[in-house]
Design a protein around this ligand. Structure first.
Ligand code: G1P
Length: 289
């Protein structure tokens, strides 16, 4: 079984839900406390052993590329002033030379299309996909680590799921679970954003390990919900050909593609921080909700 070494980060979306903040700035660069949203997904991927990071970007996303580069002037001036602690803060945004690729999705044709744009960089290896809008928080066992562990035992395709309210199933890709062993379900079907009759309340929440054969299915340009090339539809075709499992994520999910979810992520992560947590807690305590 080939190890999972590569990850795709689809970051081409225009971030219209956050206008005007995202008029001149990628939404992935909006800070959750003091780190841009994209940093959380990158940290998670590296914790899971990912070596090559592939960002599928679009126009106006240059700031992401600059962020993961060396900031020579800034670093030189911090060095000169002896501000070593501040230099340390930049460590996680430095990616290993040659390990990050940036390619463009020229048109917004869907998540499946974004993933397909990376086909030549993926080649013939299994790969991960992380949707940075989904901030999945469990420092003890990050979601992608759980997927890699399951993949190393079961092989095939593995996705992260969480239970959502019945009334929200139409917003997600939903799995049809089969046999269950602990936190891991075999998957016998997948539906993208079911209008009615969702097969379960288990929603895919933006972490995937996929076999490279999915690229040929995505190339067929089949349009699904919203007239887009849906990753879920192509994944559904892999069921039966390869093992397909879903891991329940045991942690907190912040949907940072949504304004309320984004604010909640900021509050929740700020409360955990020893430097600012007490002040934020004190402020919240004195609000009359
Ligand atoms: C995408 C996927 C969907 C998944 C969701 C998680 O949908 O297509 O299957 O459940 O991400 O956030 P989107 O939210 O981009 O419409």
């Amino acid at each position: 079984m080939k190890p999972v070494r590569k990850a795709i980060f689809p970051v081409a979306g225009q971030g219209t839900r956050f206008l005007p903040a995202t008029k001149a700035m990628p939404k992935e660069m909006l800070p959750v406390v003091d780190r841009p949203l994209i940093q959380y997904a990158v940290d998670e991927a590296r914790a899971a052993g990912i070596e090559e990071l592939i960002f599928v970007t679009g126009r106006g996303k240059q700031a992401i590329e600059d962020y993961f580069d060396i900031a020579y002037e800034l670093e030189a001036s911090l060095h000169a002033k002896g501000k070593i602690a501040m230099l340390d803060l930049l460590a996680d945004s430095r990616l290993e030379p040659g390990r990050a690729c940036f390619i463009r999705q020229q048109e917004p044709l869907g998540l499946g299309h974004a993933v397909w744009c990376a086909r030549d960089l993926i080649g013939n290896e299994p790969f991960a996909v992380l949707l940075p809008d989904e901030l999945l928080w469990n420092p003890k066992q990050p979601s992608l680590c759980q997927l890699v562990e399951t993949y190393n035992i079961k092989g095939g395709n593995v996705v992260t799921v969480m239970e959502v309210p019945e009334a929200h199933t139409h917003r997600y890709g939903i799995i049809d679970p089969d046999k269950t062993e602990g936190d891991v379900h075999e998957v016998k079907g997948l539906v993208e954003k079911p209008e009615t009759n969702a097969p379960s309340r288990l929603a895919m929440v933006g972490r995937y390990i996929l076999q490279p054969e999915i690229m040929d299915l995505l190339a067929e340009d089949n349009r699904g919900v919203g007239g887009e090339i849906q990753l879920t539809d192509a994944m559904a075709q892999l069921i039966g050909q390869y093992p397909f499992h879903a891991c329940r994520f045991d942690g907190i999910r912040h949907d940072c593609g949504d304004k309320a979810g984004f604010i909640q992520a900021n509050v929740a992560l700020a409360l955990e921080r020893p430097d600012i947590g007490p002040a934020v807690r004190e402020y919240l305590k004195h609000q009359s909700f």
